[in-house]
Structures are given as structure tokens and as C-alpha cells.
Design a protein around this ligand. Structure first.
Ligand code: HEM
Ligand code: HEM
Length: 176
């Protein structure tokens, strides 16, 4: 197979990639360990952290989408099937990393919780108090978080494949 020897992503793209990896890892750990959320739950402790880290992640993703749509990725010489697979996976990651936090925010709003950017700056409410839409989006949030987890596993498996099986330089493209 032809190897990719092309240059790396620019420094901003690389920093954002690894910042989001850190935030999303924290977010899964918090989401899975925080207490169950009920009708009268107060958003403090780990739940407060979930909202604070999640909104920071959403802000990082907003900036990342802006950056990515205005900056090209470095050229590669991957076979067409690999290129297609990586494009589909990356697009799914971008979409889920925006959608999952937004759905969590909608659900939090319907619980009348004040969602703060990075636990500091109050953000507007995205759904009416007690709305059934907001309630349903909480369930979709939980399901899509699992879908995101699955796509991340596939992405990491692909990175390991490139490094240890294909023996190409794809991993170097995102190296800090
Ligand atoms: C990529 C970012 C995020 C991930 C991976 C994530 C993941 C999770 C997970 C795994 C759960 C537990 C689901 C369950 O037990 O069924 C959860 C619940 C929840 N998350 Fe997130 N979350 C993210 C962002 C956010 C954000 C930004 C907010 C709000 C601003 C938020 C609000 C909530 C709420 C309110 C719940 C409880 C939902 C319910 O039980 O009805 N999440 N999240
Ligand atoms: C050990 C973990 C990870 C490694 C080694 C890794 C490695 C890489 C590499 C090498 C690329 C560039 C691929 C290419 O040039 O075609 C990339 C791109 C990407 N990664 Fe990761 N990644 C990891 C974890 C993650 C996680 C957890 C996420 C999601 C939260 C993620 C999201 C993305 C996205 C969206 C891109 C596309 C970047 C773009 O084209 O704008 N990665 N990753």
C-alpha cells in the first residue's frame, strides 16, 4: 500500500484535536459516574461538572468547525476507499460532537437548570420548562453518546491500524 508522507495538520487544528479528546474523555467519565438525573435533581457536584465541561467542549467544537471550514486538511495519498472511510468517520465525529452537547443543553433547559459556559457564563435556555421535547432529547442525548463512543472506538482503531499494521505516517499528521 502507498504510504502517506504528507505534512501535519496546522498547529491550531492539532491543539483543538487534542483539547477536544481530553474534554470528551472527561465528559464520558463524568456522564457515566454522575448520579442518575431525576425530576427534582439539583445540578451540582458531578452533574455541575458535566454541564461545565460539556459547554466548554461545545465552545471548542464551534471554534473547531469554524477553523476547519476555513482551513484545508493537509493533502494525503491514501487509497480512495481509505479516504472515503476517514471522511465519513470524521464527519460523523464533528456532527456528534456538536449534536450530543446541544441535546444535553436542551434537556438541561427543560429541567429549568441554568447552563453556564465552562460553569461561568450563563447561556440562554433552549427549551420550555418541563417540555416533553426537552425530556425526549435527554433520552436521545444518552443514546447518541453511545453512538459517539462507538465512532470514537472505530477512529482510534483506524489510527492504531495505520500505525501498527499499514505502517504509514497518518498518525504523524495529528502529532503535537
Ligand atoms: C460530548 C459531550 C457529552 C457527552 C459525551 C455526554 C454524555 C452523557 C452521558 C453518557 C450521560 C448519561 C446518560 C444515561 O445515563 O442515560 C449524560 C447525561 C446527561 N447529560 Fe451529557 N454529555 C455531553 C454533553 C452534555 C452537555 C453540554 C450537557 C448540558 C449542557 C449535558 C447534559 C446532560 C444531562 C442533563 C444528562 C441527564 C439526561 C437524562 O438522564 O435525562 N451533557 N451525558
Ligand atoms: C488515541 C486517540 C486518537 C488518535 C491517535 C487520533 C488520531 C488522529 C489522526 C492521526 C487524525 C488525522 C487523520 C487524517 O489525517 O486523515 C485524526 C483526525 C481526527 N480526529 Fe482523532 N485521534 C484520536 C482520538 C480522537 C477522538 C477521541 C476524537 C473525538 C472526540 C477524534 C476526532 C477526530 C476528528 C474529528 C478528526 C478529523 C480532523 C479534521 O480533518 O479536521 N480523535 N485523529
Amino acid at each position: 500500500m502507498q504510504v502517506s508522507t504528507e505534512p501535519r495538520y496546522d498547529i491550531v487544528a492539532r491543539l483543538l484535536h487534542w483539547l477536544v479528546v481530553g474534554l470528551v474523555a472527561a465528559q464520558f467519565v463524568i456522564g457515566w459516574t454522575m448520579p442518575d438525573v431525576h425530576r427534582d435533581t439539583v445540578p451540582d457536584g458531578l452533574i455541575g461538572w458535566h454541564l461545565g465541561v460539556g459547554t466548554a467542549l461545545l465552545a471548542a467544537m464551534a471554534f473547531r468547525v469554524l477553523w476547519r471550514t476555513t482551513h484545508r486538511s493537509p493533502p494525503d495519498n491514501l487509497p480512495p476507499l481509505f479516504r472515503l472511510a476517514s471522511k465519513v468517520t470524521h464527519l460523523a465525529l464533528y456532527a456528534l460532537l456538536v449534536l450530543v452537547p446541544l441535546l444535553g443543553w436542551i434537556n438541561a433547559s427543560s429541567r429549568t437548570w441554568t447552563v453556564r459556559l465552562a460553569a461561568l457564563v450563563p447561556l440562554p435556555s433552549l427549551s420550555a420548562p418541563g417540555s416533553s421535547f426537552g425530556h425526549a432529547m435527554g433520552d436521545v442525548h444518552g443514546v447518541l453518546a453511545w453512538v459517539l463512543f462507538g465512532v470514537i472506538c472505530a477512529h482510534i482503531a483506524a489510527a492504531l491500524f495505520h500505525q501498527f499494521v499499514a505502517g504509514d505516517r497518518v498518525l504523524q499528521r495529528m502529532k503535537l
